[in-house]
Design a protein around this ligand. Structure first.
Ligand code: ZN
Length: 298
């Protein structure tokens, strides 16, 4: 299923995208799409039954399903983040062979972990703010993993995949000077307002048979910048979830951003093409949908 949340920021309603690409209102079936739903087999069963007979659900008119108008925050059928009440966002750094090469870093022996605050999450087509004083705002298309079952000390990557509820497109927007040149830690350059567009959809794991066979692409002002595949991940999704669960408990509604492939601005020759107000970033992952953000100064 492709689950999403539609409406003004803070008052989104749950919806699904049916097989014909029609947006259907789920608010008569479940109150919202969040960790509580993902952990509730009975409620998920009701959503699945509704998805199997989508004609019974009201159609949501007006959402274009791909991307809203420039600065669509607050528009009635804006697409919001596909998950409410995110607990935590664990991020994996340098998790693609090609990205590690372009940054000049050795491939890490163990996954590099950092965090983004859940309040950095915005809708897939919302405005992204260039922070005050920023000269090195950069892009990173990433596969986001959404946890559906509490995960503690998992024993294998295979067991770990059974704790994944679904997947989404994430944009791990990053300010490189704040991240790297301002005395540590990376968190300074990762938690600026609006720095984690998520969605458009939460695609349930049954629709993603192989998370290591997904294409990721990102364009800036129409020009292709990142063109990667999750086959390049140093630590695949199951191993990432298993590994993280050795250090912290993962709960339903937590998210893991699993790293970005090559092609970020930081990896380019000078002058590096960092983002500025007015730039348009589009990103997509095969089968998981597409995002579009216009940048503005904070
Ligand atoms: Zn990242």
């Amino acid at each position: 299923m492709k689950l999403l949340r539609v409406g003004a920021a803070g008052s989104e309603r749950p919806a699904l995208l049916d097989a014909d690409g029609v947006l259907r209102d789920l608010s008569g079936v479940v109150p919202d799409i969040d960790g509580a739903l993902l952990a509730d087999e009975e409620a998920l069963g009701r959503v699945r039954a509704a998805a199997d007979a989508p004609g019974e659900l009201p159609v949501l008119d007006g959402a274009d399903g791909a991307h809203g108008a420039d600065g669509a925050d607050g528009a009635e059928l804006r697409i919001g983040p596909p998950l409410a009440r995110i607990g935590k966002i664990v991020c994996i750094g340098l998790n693609y062979h090609d990205h590690a090469r372009e940054t000049g870093a050795e491939p890490p022996a163990e996954p590099v972990i950092f965090f983004k605050a859940a309040d950095t999450v915005v809708g897939p087509n919302d405005t992204v703010l260039v922070p005050r004083g920023s000269t090195k705002t950069d892009w990173e298309v990433e596969l986001a993993v959404v946890i559906g079952r509490t995960a503690r000390y998992l024993g294998s990557a295979e067991e770990a995949l059974g704790h994944v509820a679904g997947y989404a497109v994430a944009h791990d927007v990053s300010e490189r000077e704040f991240q790297i040149e301002r005395g540590g830690t990376w968190d300074k350059g990762k938690n600026c307002e609006t720095f984690n567009p998520l969605g458009p959809w939460l695609v349930t794991a049954d629709e993603v048979p192989d998370p290591q066979d997904l294409s990721l692409r990102l364009w800036v002002n129409g020009e292709l910048q990142q063109d990667g595949t999750t086959a390049e991940q140093i630590f695949p999704v199951g191993e990432v979830v298993r590994y993280v669960s050795q250090f912290m408990t993962l709960y339903p509604g937590d998210v893991i951003n699993t790293g970005t492939p090559a092609g970020v601005a930081m990896g380019r020759p000078e002058p590096k093409p960092y983002l500025r107000a007015g730039d348009v970033v589009e990103l997509e992952i095969g089968g998981l949908g597409r995002q579009r953000q216009v940048l503005r100064d904070a």
